[in-house]
Ligand binder design. Structure first.
Ligand code: CP3
Length: 350
């Protein structure tokens, strides 16, 4: 489906913003920058708003989700907002029982491990996405010419949480299921792909100007297994956006060996983690893919001159790609001094 003429990408608000231009392969006058997890515990104004509000309740209360999304834009003057939500929200809206345990992450009361568990998963009723559409619309109305990035968790990362029942180091149980019950695995990943795809469509229709598909834990897979058992499902998630002309970013941690295969699912832009320099990433991708990344979050706590040299190095290496959006190689750690993020934005823009 095409975007409507009052969508921010088409009505003159965000179509020529530095972020959208860079995502489309162009080099705007200033290099755009935003940060994964820019909304969240690094900001005192976030911690204040969260007092008395559970994480997932905050995500599903449009006024709160919208305000939290806007906080880092006001403070840091980043080139994009990323919608405040979580990768487990579509599963919750499809009826799966999940909580976010502070300091730990998503925890599922009933992990999905058998054919019967998978068969019992219900589709996501588009009506259930109403709070998401409302929060996105409220946010976009405030953002003006700053684009909002929508997002979803990719099927593998989402399925890892569902199978493990919570965060895990190597996604061992999930990968065992992948090998031993390929049919159950495929059905589960298709379900994840469809709820993620519908979550993306809701955000885009309500006004998001780009999307990012997070396959955070994909680095635990071999390329062969990724291509065979995961990539087709990630492609299916993005295929929900067929016909909508929005830039699609794809990102995974530890994905240096998988960049080409991950790009192949239909991504326009590749997010790169801190383990591989951007010039190497660009070379692996054939030199014609816009890149996003890849400041090492570990350097956010380093002395200013060390961090500044690192930012410059990332900018220099980013020149090897057709275009570059500065970001971290993964999310902002909660203990980050927010002034450091503001300073990075100034440096990149300067
Ligand atoms: O600013 C943003 O990036 C937007 C919001 C956002 C959140 N989660 C908010 C959040 C986004 C894009 C996500 C995606 C997400 N959630 C991913 C993919 C990105 C990534 O970081 O790799 C993953 C793997 C999750 C699952 C998840 N949710 C984890 C691992 C955690 C952290 C647990 C913790 O407490 O450290 C969450 C909770 C979560 N999601 C928080 C936030 C701000 C922290 C909740 C809190 O404030 O207590």
């Amino acid at each position: 489906m095409p975007l409507t003429s009052d969508h921010p990408l088409l009505d003159g608000r965000t179509g020529t913003s530095p972020l959208v231009r860079a995502y489309r392969g162009d080099r705007p006058e200033t290099t755009p920058v935003w940060f994964m997890r820019q909304a969240g515990r690094s900001l005192p104004e976030y911690r204040e708003l969260r007092v008395g509000n559970e994480m997932l309740d905050a995500c599903l209360t449009p006024s709160l989700a919208s305000e939290i999304t806007l906080q880092p834009v006001r403070r840091h003057h980043v080139d994009a907002a990323i919608f405040f939500s979580d990768i487990v929200i579509p599963a919750k809206l499809a009826g799966v029982e999940v909580a976010i345990v502070p300091g730990k992450g998503p925890v599922f009361a009933n992990p999905i491990r058998t054919a019967a568990d998978v068969a019992a998963l219900r589709p996501l009723d588009p009506e259930a996405l109403a709070p998401i559409r409302e929060a996105v619309a409220m946010t976009v109305a405030e953002l003006g010419s700053t684009p909002l990035i929508g997002f979803a968790g990719a099927p593998f990362t989402l399925a890892s949480y569902l199978v493990e029942g919570g965060p895990s180091k190597d996604q061992l149980r999930a990968r065992t299921l992948m090998y031993t019950e390929p049919q159950v695995w495929a059905t589960l990943l298709n379900w994840c792909a469809d709820i993620a795809g519908e979550f993306l469509v809701a955000q885009v229709e309500a006004g998001a100007s780009a999307v990012q598909l997070f396959d955070s834990w994909v680095g635990s897979l071999s390329e062969q297994q990724y291509v065979r058992r995961v990539a087709p499902h990630s492609k299916r998630a993005l295929s929900h956006l067929r016909g909508y002309d929005v830039p699609k970013v794809h990102f995974g941690v530890g994905s240096g060996e998988l960049l080409r295969a991950m790009h192949g699912i239909g991504a326009d832009v590749m997010g790169v983690d801190w383990r591989i320099p951007l010039d190497t990433a660009s070379e692996r991708l054939g030199g014609d893919v816009p890149l996003q990344g890849n400041l090492d979050p570990a350097l956010l706590g380093a002395p200013a001159h060390v961090l500044e040299a690192h930012v410059q190095d990332v900018l220099d290496r980013g020149l090897s790609a057709p275009s570059h959006v500065v970001n971290l190689g993964h999310g902002v750690p909660p203990e980050t001094d927010p002034d450091v993020l503001t300073r990075i934005v100034e440096l990149v823009h300067g």
